[in-house]
Design a protein around this ligand. Structure first.
Ligand code: GLV
Length: 308
């Protein structure tokens, strides 16, 4: 049985060291050094090879090295092969930091003060209590919940939306198509933390922006495919949205002439909100391998019908 890692080789070297400590009996290889392909039972990758099944006929588990699996072509993955998303505390911590930074910057008018500094303007604006600032999160998976937990600690008025009903202490939870309308109507800062599926692709579009209060902010830390870019530009230019923070886009990177690069109301970062941390990722993988061996469900196992 071989564990094959096919992603950034420098990070792979750390995976190798950490796994060797916990599971010294498990042979670990880093792509392209695949050894005997018939021996490969576990593959951890961001992007599987195109001929996955012919190349590795005895594969038992496919781990994504990232939180999402939308980059996988599921048509090329046998339906019986377990696919597992990366659920690990390093990703959660990074996401909580990034979203908190974006929300607080918006809440405390950071961009306005930077503009004022450059213009030599000394002018204070009223500070609104966090409790009066209505923040809403789309997607109540482990990332959405962790973000809400931290924002709630700052005192923000928090709400969330998910496909199916959820309950979170002190968070107004909405679900389903009707619930989305209710969430948007009360949300001044909207955070997208949804998985990218057929039903969420393009969800950040005109119809959604129009349902937010005038001057709302959108933070997209999901996937570029969630956003209809032209609709965002129009909503910003019309003032329906006051700003957007985008950590993801489609394609990545955007072409040099794309208007988001220089738009005064857009903050664009290069998909760095959150990154898998080898130390905690390896712990999560080991935990899942133990679960698998004991016949227990793995954490982050993808439900193909649901799409995440
Ligand atoms: C990054 O976007 C990830 O899926 O981990």
């Amino acid at each position: 049985m071989t564990f094959l890692y096919k992603a950034d080789p420098n990070r792979g070297a750390t995976w190798k060291k950490l796994l060797a400590r916990e599971m010294p009996e498990l042979p670990f290889r880093i792509w392209p050094d695949i050894g005997n392909p018939k021996e490969v039972r576990i593959l951890a990758t961001w992007q599987p090879p195109l001929d996955l099944t012919t190349q590795f006929p005895n594969l038992e588990i496919l781990f994504s090295t990232g939180a999402g699996t939308d980059q996988f072509d599921f048509a090329a993955i046998p339906p019986t092969l377990p696919v597992v998303r990366m659920v690990e505390s390093g990703i959660v911590q990074g996401m909580v930091e990034y979203v908190t930074l974006a929300v607080l910057s918006q809440h405390r008018d950071w961009r306005t003060y930077q503009d004022q500094q450059r213009a030599g303007t000394w002018q204070a604006h009223p500070v609104r209590p966090a409790s009066s600032r209505r923040v809403g999160v789309l997607g109540l998976g482990n990332l959405g919940r962790a973000v809400l937990d931290r924002l709630h600690a700052f005192g923000f008025s928090c709400a969330g939306w998910s496909r199916s009903p959820q309950q979170i202490y002190d968070v107004e939870c909405h679900h389903g198509p009707a619930g989305l309308q209710a969430l948007l109507a009360r949300t001044e800062i909207l955070i997208c933390l949804l998985p990218l599926t057929d039903s969420t692709r393009g969800i950040l579009r005109k119809r959604l922006f129009d349902q937010l209060p005038h001057g709302a902010t959108v933070i997209n830390v999901g996937r570029g495919g969630h956003l209809v870019q032209d609709d965002l530009l129009r909503a910003l230019d019309a003032g329906q949205l006051s700003s957007a923070v985008l950590d993801v886009c489609d394609p990545e990177p955007l072409p040099p002439e794309h208007p988001f690069w220089s738009h005064p109301k857009v903050v664009l970062t290069p998909h760095i909100a959150s990154m898998t941390q080898p130390e905690t990722a390896v712990d999560a993988v080991i935990d899942n391998l133990r679960r698998y061996r004991q016949g227990l469900p793995m954490i982050g196992l993808v439900d193909r019908a649901r799409g995440y």
